[in-house]
Design a protein around this ligand. Structure first.
Ligand code: ADP
Ligand code: MG
Length: 340
């Protein structure tokens, strides 16, 4: 069925039928605004991400269920980066008229599945026609106990730097897609359907173990740069400590420049955080508790030391380009693995 047959209000009715409620959502889809009763004693955290066809995704590389999942996940990853518990999602869609309703339903299924996996409820949005490609804007609301949000700015010289999961998988998959190769299933899944580290972020916040945190969307070095600037510190990164998957090691072995994707490639959606050295045992326990691998990859230094990259205990030069920048870089280089 074509979108025109279902129409704007048919699309909204279908979403309303499929989405869950929550005691905190006093009025959801169907009125001019959602009415939300914030959890007592908590602060709301709000974040938006825009994904647009040709810049962030290609319809011929992603199925719609994965695309729906990813649109929810990248927003939940921002909530995770501040330690928030996901609460509500708002979904704004600009839909090309040629989109089949079956594809749209797959998108909704993926989006709503990720929402429910992480306890978030769809509370509203907007739906309109697009004269160009498909554009999806998601706004996510989460909450933390008052005053407990983990900011980028709390890092101190001497803190250790940790990263969750593995690095570079997503951008390696993208490079392979570009080269006309079929990525190995693990790498492809890391690219099309990343897992937001919600449980880890929440636990770090609950135990107040992270001094500063950010999620990795633009590449490790680029996002680390944001954390360092906000915390007014420098850092040393040990490149040989970076956590790499077996699939990444195998896929990047052929070309040395592919190995640098672990430093510069985007869309890892892992958490990078700093923590005092005394937190190490507690972090190991938390890693087991949440089933999230954690690796210490370096430490924070005084600001005047800048960002230093080491390999086998020797300084090595930083890669020329730490990550993707909108407007400065060609649009296709975002899709091409720079991250965005
Ligand atoms: P208005 O014109 O007053 O902005 P709309 O007709 O755009 O209202 O939306 C009607 C209701 O449907 C609102 O509650 C809105 O939040 C919800 N809604 C519209 N599009 C979406 C969407 N894509 N996802 C979730 N809710 C939506
Ligand atoms: Mg509207």
């Amino acid at each position: 069925m074509k979108l025109a047959e279902r129409g704007e209000f048919g699309i909204i009715a279908e979403l309303k039928r499929r989405c869950a409620g929550s005691p905190e959502l006093l009025t959801g889809i169907g009125d001019d605004c959602a009415v939300i009763a914030p959890p007592p004693g908590e602060q709301l955290l709000v974040t938006s991400d825009l994904l647009t066809e040709g810049i962030h995704f290609r319809r011929d590389w992603s199925d719609f269920r994965s695309l729906g999942r990813k649109c929810a996940s990248v927003n939940l990853s921002d909530l995770a980066a501040m330690g928030a518990t996901p609460r509500f999602l708002f979904l704004a869609l600009a839909l090309p008229a040629d989109l089949d309703t079956d594809r749209l339903d797959e998108f909704f299924a993926g989006f709503l599945a990720v929402a429910s996996e992480h306890g978030a409820v769809l509370a509203g949005g907007d739906t309109c026609a697009s004269a160009g490609g498909l554009t999806v804007s998601v706004t996510a609301l989460g909450s933390v106990p008052a005053g407990k949000a983990v900011l980028r700015s709390g890092g101190r010289a001497g803190d250790d730097l940790y990263v969750s999961g593995t690095l570079g998988d997503s951008s390696l998959a993208l490079q392979q897609l570009l080269a006309g190769q079929r990525p190995e299933p693990f790498l492809l899944q890391r690219h099309l359907d990343p897992t937001p580290r919600v449980a880890l972020g929440q636990a770090l916040c609950r135990h107040q173990l992270a001094t500063a945190m950010i999620d990795l969307s633009d590449g490790l070095l680029a996002d680390l740069g944001h954390l360092l600037a906000a915390s007014e510190v420098g850092a040393r990164i040990d490149a040989d400590r970076l956590p790499l998957s077996t699939a990444f090691k195998a896929g990047s072995a052929a070309k040395p420049q592919l190995a640098d994707l672990a430093l510069t490639g985007g869309e890892d959606y892992e958490l990078l955080f700093s923590a005092p050295a005394a937190a190490e045992a507690a972090l190991q326990a938390l890693s087991r508790e949440t089933g999230t691998p954690l690796t210490r990859i370096g430490r924070l230094l005084p600001a005047e030391d800048g960002l230093q990259l080491f390999a086998t205990d020797r300084p090595r030069p930083l890669p020329e380009k730490p990550g993707y920048k909108h407007f400065a870089d060609a649009p296709e280089s975002c899709i091409l693995g720079g991250g965005c």
